[in-house]
Ligand binder design. Structure first.
Ligand SMILES: Nc1ncnc2c1ncn2[C@@H]1O[C@H](COP(=O)(O)OP(=O)(O)OP(=O)(O)O)[C@@H](O)[C@H]1O
Ligand SMILES: O=P(O)(O)OC[C@H]1O[C@](O)(CO)[C@@H](O)[C@@H]1O
Ligand SMILES: [Mg+2]
Length: 535
């Protein structure tokens, strides 16, 4: 049976034409009930919606048995009677052999795939992929690509594949690169991107366009888009960037421009919710293995030696957790989500002492955002922020190294050696590994298909293995974080044998987490206590 019945399919197409309240673009959600055709507007004042998304109109379609589609905007929501054209892919020899190449307009992807027999069908997102009809003629398209935020392996691959996808699949020849992040829209010249120009860039780390933090001036950015005649904007970046993209989309819609805005989520920390995993994450974990191996070699080469590795992960400890699980040489992994303490029974110092007595060496992996509350207690908190407003963290690696050395020199008779390895940018400045390259290609192509089909205000990404168009608010309202009462973290504790450092109060707090993590491995689902109540 189709996920959407025929009634809701008719309503789905009606939604584009008439479901949007243009008279008041603030705080409204369009709700269509496929069972009775009832249309209502929801207030967008739920506490989970962050303030700068107050203008977002949520497009929600409800159906039988608790089916909910959290849809993305379409150009026809605010520009009626746009002409459509046959998708040029149907004449493309490479694609015409594919049976059922085009995605059915009504296909959706389920947010949660573990269900019980009485569960409602739950939240769905619009399936990504090429549509039979497109809303742009090939020679009408003027696309641009911008990259913002920190680096991540695979950005160049995404840029390459957007350019090549537009060119080879849709015959689009005019693609501009915006240099230096958002501020590049109004402070830098553009560069012309052709398949030839981008041919080799996926073999290099970084972003060929350059990036920056801060500098998001919505008016100037949209003026620049309008002045240059750009009508497709591809924005590659993390949570901050996607918030910026949401604001750009709102301004474009307010001005009534035929400009599609598509986000491609980028974060080496894997902190973006809903999607299964962010591109470049596997590459970073792979690269982190080198640092952990070095720490292990050092630690096993002299008596009572500790190899300590600090890895990226500002608010989410996924890199540290997966690098630890993959390595098997790690005795202790510390992440922002799991509070720990140093002294006394069950504390870190006691565990290190025990391990050194048992093995004569140990390896510790610490995520950069771990233990920040302990640092604040012992160092004066600086409250410094970067240009985008992200908190600048104190160096937990150096701090904990010193605390461990102090403990052993002052409170025990054990002489220790500590080798601190901080690979920092080395894990994210590398080119992406093969699997990330393929993933980046699919992301880029899904974004291109979405924009050509007239969708806008979307972020693209895999949800349970299927690419989907996800509304910006879903991506920006929360962060993906490790759930320490999940089985994955239990696997880690069992592989390292480290104490959980958790008091019963911590467990209660952890269970209050609203959103379970998105799926990184096929069975990374929260236990019963954490089942998300919104599905
Ligand atoms: N709420 C916001 N509204 C508008 N623009 C924003 C917002 N938050 C961030 N930005 C802009 O997005 C860009 C990137 O943001 P940021 O530096 O936080 O990186 P990011 O995209 O979160 O990537 P990462 O955290 O993975 O490095 C910056 O130019 C910043 O000004
Ligand atoms: O590039 P910057 O500004 O030094 O930022 C580093 C931060 O970027 C990230 O790599 C991604 O957000 C974090 O892990 C890290 O804290
Ligand atoms: Mg960020």
């Amino acid at each position: 049976m189709d996920l959407i019945n025929s009634k809701s399919s008719i309503l789905g197409s009606k939604l584009r034409g008439c479901g949007v309240d243009r008279s008041n673009s603030n705080s409204k959600a369009v709700v269509l009930d496929s069972r009775n055709g009832f249309v209502k507007f929801l207030s967008n004042s739920s506490p989970s919606v962050m303030e700068n998304k107050g203008n977002s109109q949520l497009k929600i379609v409800t159906g039988d048995a608790g089916f909910v589609l959290e849809d993305v905007p379409h150009l026809t929501d605010y520009i009626p009677d746009l002409p459509t054209y046959p998708n040029p892919l149907q004449d493309n020899p490479a694609y015409s052999v594919v049976k059922q190449y085009f995605v059915n307009d009504d296909d959706t992807v389920a947010h949660k795939i573990v269900v019980h027999k009485n569960s409602p069908r739950g939240t769905h997102f619009r399936r990504a992929g090429p549509r039979q009809k497109v809303y742009f003629e090939s020679d009408e398209v003027r696309a641009c690509i911008v990259t913002c935020g920190g680096l991540c392996p695979g950005i160049n691959t995404v840029i390459r594949e957007i350019v090549c996808g537009l060119h080879h699949m849709y015959g689009v020849t005019r693609v501009l690169g915006i240099e230096g992040g958002y501020r590049g829209f109004y402070s830098r010249n553009t560069i012309t991107l052709t398949p030839k120009v981008v041919n080799d860039i996926h073999k290099r780390g970084g972003t060929t366009l350059g990036t920056s933090r801060g500098g998001h001036n919505t008016k100037k950015i949209v003026d620049s888009i309008q002045d240059r005649g750009i009508n497709q904007v591809y924005i590659i970046g993390g949570d901050g960037t996607q918030q910026g993209a949401a604001v750009i989309f709102e301004e474009i819609r307010r001005r009534g421009l035929k400009v599609a805005v598509g986000g491609i989520p980028k974060t080496v920390d894997n902190d973006i919710p809903v999607i299964d995993k962010s591109f470049g994450f596997d590459t970073a974990v792979e690269e982190a293995q080198r640092a952990i191996n070095a720490a292990h070699v050092e630690a096993t080469s002299c008596d009572n030696c500790i190899g300590l590795v600090k890895l990226m992960g500002r608010y989410s400890g996924f890199i540290a957790m997966y690098a630890t699980l993959a390595s098997r040489d790690v005795d202790c992994c510390l992440i922002p989500e799991s509070p720990f303490y140093l002294e006394g029974a069950g504390g870190l110092f006691e565990y290190i002492e025990k391990r050194l007595k048992e093995n004569g060496h140990m390896v510790i992996v610490i995520a950069e955002g771990a233990g920040q509350e302990l640092l604040c207690e012992s160092l004066r908190s600086t409250d410094q922020k970067d240009a985008s407003g992200n908190k600048l963290l104190q160096d937990v690696g150096l701090w904990i190294s010193q605390r461990i050395k102090d403990y052993f020199s002052k409170q025990t008779k054990m002489a220790i050696n500590l080798k601190y390895i901080d690979p920092t940018y080395m894990i994210r400045a590398v080119p992406s590994i093969a699997s990330d390259n393929v993933y980046c290609t699919l992301l880029a192509q899904s974004a291109v298909h979405g924009a050509m089909a007239g969708y806008t205000g979307f972020t693209v990404g895999p949800v349970n293995g299927r690419h989907a168009y996800i509304p910006f608010n879903r991506i920006t309202e929360t962060q993906n974080r490790v759930v320490i009462t999940d089985r994955m973290w239990a696997r880690l504790l069992s592989s390292t044998n480290q104490p959980s450092f958790l008091s019963s109060k911590d467990v209660i707090e952890a269970n209050k987490e609203e959103e379970p993590p998105t799926q990184l491995l096929d069975d990374n689902y929260p236990d019963k206590k954490l089942i998300n109540t919104d599905t």
